[in-house]
Write a protein that binds this ligand. Structure first.
Ligand code: S3P
Ligand code: PEP
Length: 405
């Protein structure tokens, strides 16, 4: 396998940039993602002006970022989502907004979407608003609150509690907020301080999506000797925490070379790291979206990798821990919990041979298992799930000669 594969633009950057552009009242965004999650974000921001029913479908960032935006703009109506979204908790964000004066209630189950907004503008007490927010469920609540911080009369101070997961996404939020003219800094004792003063219009070019790049790393890791792939539009200095895939995959047989002038990366094959390095537990707390990719590659290579920091996977598009386990079992591998919070890839009789991989309405299940096509015939159910983050995924695979039945 060899060639160039186009990545989608980062959906995390795109969805933040769209919200910040709206709050700033301008700025030109280039290379926005074509993913459904981003198309949806853009559509809901526009529709909010004319409708009282919005549907965030299965997009976590859209549900959480729109909740904060609708609260700060005094919108009146109901924000709903797909069946799975109604099982993804949102109380931490709602309680934070309620403490700032929002009138939001639960239209169905307490603590979960859909949400009803009464249309009352936020009325934080005079001075800087201060909230304590748990950081161990989803960083998206924190990003959502931070992004409306500059629009509050006294700004906002968040004190984060518990073990903070997905921290690079909070840093990405702060970086993009500063790009749009806000003053926002992480301070001592897990506090984050956002000064009042709003945003200024700014232009921004979205980087390629490093989470999507992970599937190409997996393909190179599992491809015949001599395979290589070029991925344009990735930068050596990235705001996306998932750029750590370049270090993780170095151990699993893929080297990354950055092309001159920010033109992207070139992936080639290298020998696996020594076994003793590969059996150290790898912590996915900061990069949960990479866990499925890495689990599948390790299983296919027969590496008894240990994975930690997976708890947030249970409340994403599906229970991703259960989904990985069930699908690996079809292939002669498994990922049991061998100690509290530590999962181990066990791969005794790994074979790819016409299995049907279920995808659980989760784009990352489809894309993480697809690279196994390098090792034998394999079917992926409901391939259209990739539209959430990478609509052209199957097309790009076909362009380098990888076609699943
Ligand atoms: O802020 C973001 O753009 C995201 C944060 C992460 O979610 P959690 O903070 O819920 O772990 C990640 O899994 C998701 O795909 C995108
Ligand atoms: C978890 C994800 O998305 P979200 O939480 O935005 O739905 C993801 O893309 O893997």
């Amino acid at each position: 396998m060899a060639g160039t594969a186009n990545l989608p633009a980062s959906k995390s950057e795109s969805n933040r940039a769209l919200l910040l552009q709206r709050l700033a009242g301008g700025g030109h965004l280039t290379h926005l993602s074509e993913a459904n999650d981003t198309v949806l974000m853009e559509r809901l921001l526009t529709q909010a002006a004319t409708t009282d029913l919005l549907d965030a479908e299965d997009a976590g960032t859209v549900m959480r970022f729109m909740t904060a935006y609708l609260a700060v703009t005094g919108w009146r109506g109901t924000l709903t989502g797909a069946a799975r979204m109604k099982q993804r908790p949102i109380a931490i964000l709602v309680e934070g907004l309620q403490a700032l004066g929002a009138d939001i209630s639960y239209a169905e189950k307490e603590g979960y979407p859909p949400l009803h907004f009464e249309g009352r503008a936020l009325t934080p007490a005079a001075g800087q608003a201060e909230l304590r927010v748990r950081g161990d469920i989803s960083s998206q609540y924190i990003s959502a609150l931070l992004m409306i911080g500059p629009t509050l009369p006294g700004g906002l101070r968040l004190r984060l509690t518990g073990e903070i997961g997905s921290r690079p996404y909070i840093d990405m939020t702060l970086n993009l907020m500063r790009h749009f003219g806000a003053t926002a800094e992480a301070g001592p004792e897990e506090s984050v301080v956002v000064q009042p003063g709003g945003y200024r219009p700014a232009d921004y070019e979205v980087e390629g999506d490093w989470s999507a790049a992970s599937y190409w790393y997996a393909l190179v890791a599992l491809a015949p000797a001599g395979s290589a792939i070029t991925l344009p539009k990735l930068r050596p200095v990235s705001w996306q925490g998932d750029h750590v895939i370049q270090y993780i995959m170095k151990g699993l047989g893929v080297a990354t070379e950055f092309l001159p002038a920010g033109a992207g990366v070139h992936l080639t094959q290298v020998p696996l790291a020594p076994a003793e390095l590969l059996t150290q537990p790898f912590d996915f707390t900061d990069c949960p979206d990479l866990a499925q990719t890495v689990a599948v590659v390790a299983a296919a290579l027969g590496v008894p990798l240990r994975l930690a920091g997976l708890h947030s996977l249970r409340i994403k598009e599906t229970d991703r821990i259960a989904a990985i386990q069930a699908e690996l079992r079809k292939l002669g591998a498994d990922m049991p919990e061998v100690a509290p919070g530590i999962f181990e890839i066990q791969s005794t009789d790994f074979q790819v041979g016409n299995q049907e991989i279920a995808t659980y309405e989760d784009h990352r299940m489809a894309m993480a298992f697809a690279p196994l096509a390098m090792r034998g015939p394999l079917r992926v159910q409901h391939p259209q799930v990739v539209r959430k983050s990478y609509p052209s995924f199957w097309h790009e695979l076909a362009r380098v000669g990888v076609v699943l039945p």
